[in-house]
Design a protein around this ligand. Sequence first.
Ligand SMILES: O=C(O)[C@@H](CO)OP(=O)(O)O
Ligand SMILES: [Mg+2]
Length: 416
Amino acid sequence: MDSVIEDLRVRKILDSRGNPTVEVDVVTWNGFGRAAAPSGASTGSREVVSFPEGGVDKVITEIEDLISAELIGMDAEDLADIDLVLKEIDGTDNLSAIGGNTSVAVSMAVAKAAAASYNLPLYRFLGGNLKNEIPYPLGNMMNGGAHAGINAPDIQEFLVVPVTASNITEAVFANSSVHKRLKELIQLKDSSFTGGKGDEGGWVPNISNIDALEIQAQACEEVGDELGVEIKPSLDIAASEMWNQNEQKYVYAQDNISRDTGDQIEFVKEIIETYGMFYVEDPFDEADFEGFAQLTAACGNKCLICGDDIFVTNKEILAKGIEKKAANAIIIKPNQIGSLTDTYETVRLAKENNVTPVVSHRSGETTDETIAHLAVAFSAPLIKTGALGGERIAKLNELIRIEEELSNPQMANLFK
Ligand SMILES: O=C(O)[C@@H](CO)OP(=O)(O)O
Ligand SMILES: [Mg+2]
């Protein structure tokens, strides 16, 4: 009774890029849940469709009523049933009728309302009372590619992970210290740097990819030594954005270099070895399972090779990746697949096959903090959610609060 849905509202709100997105409120007999959907700029082509034709306004004017009519009276606890009903209302196989963003925001708001109905935080409602692992934050330091303007590096995200931080507070402040140090190091390389930032709060320098890699490594080392924490560099290359299908080459516009697949494998291998990369996401185009598999075979014992655009949080595509040994990590973005149930199934398949799940934000975000709870509930060892910026710290600060609530909190085991 406590969690029967009594009301559901959808509103149009701003995301961090100034674009419209949806926020959903769910009211139960004894609880309330609110969730908002993010959106990507470097999206995988097989993600579900974010919004129906007509965009957010159509969701507000028409789709809200359709969903309310079905969900009011259902029990919010029955998450899988509710996600199924959302798919039925939609009726397509890519959620293009109601929008994957609508669906995921409803799915998450329902879960939060169910949790609140029993006075439980979401991570505990979903993950159980014994959860005590906090994910390490992959902090975004410099932005390039689709998350930045012209003259930025082509590599989309220069990230860091404080792999020996003993708690989440130490971890997030280590990341913010690296972010500060990088500003100084960029100024030394680029005298015209005015402190501009990209979509995810990382600096946008006008320097080459190699210069950016150099100062990323330098900042990790210097700040790591000062703080007594080992900080490892990581990347999201987002190579689909650089892939030129006609030329069959990765175009590094900033460096005026194009690389074919063989060159790209060598280049990424060299970067992993030279800089001791802890994690490299999307080193190849989303269709190139072969390239992924070759790199994973060569470097998977020392580096997480993570698939984002290639897998799009989709269980079936991940199954193909597992069969081909394409990667040893997967990005988990609920709005790529459209519901919590499907998100969870992908996480479960990943874990059963020793593929590390990395719960992630999108480049267009809101202050919604749900993914912090999901990372804890799923025991994901890593969360990628920026380092600074209101919509990024919403998740990081929530992790600090969650850690405080746990009776025996521990940082996740990154090296199993
Ligand atoms: O590529 C990515 O991993 C994400 C988030 O960092 O970017 P977007 O949301 O633009 O897909
Ligand atoms: Mg990515």
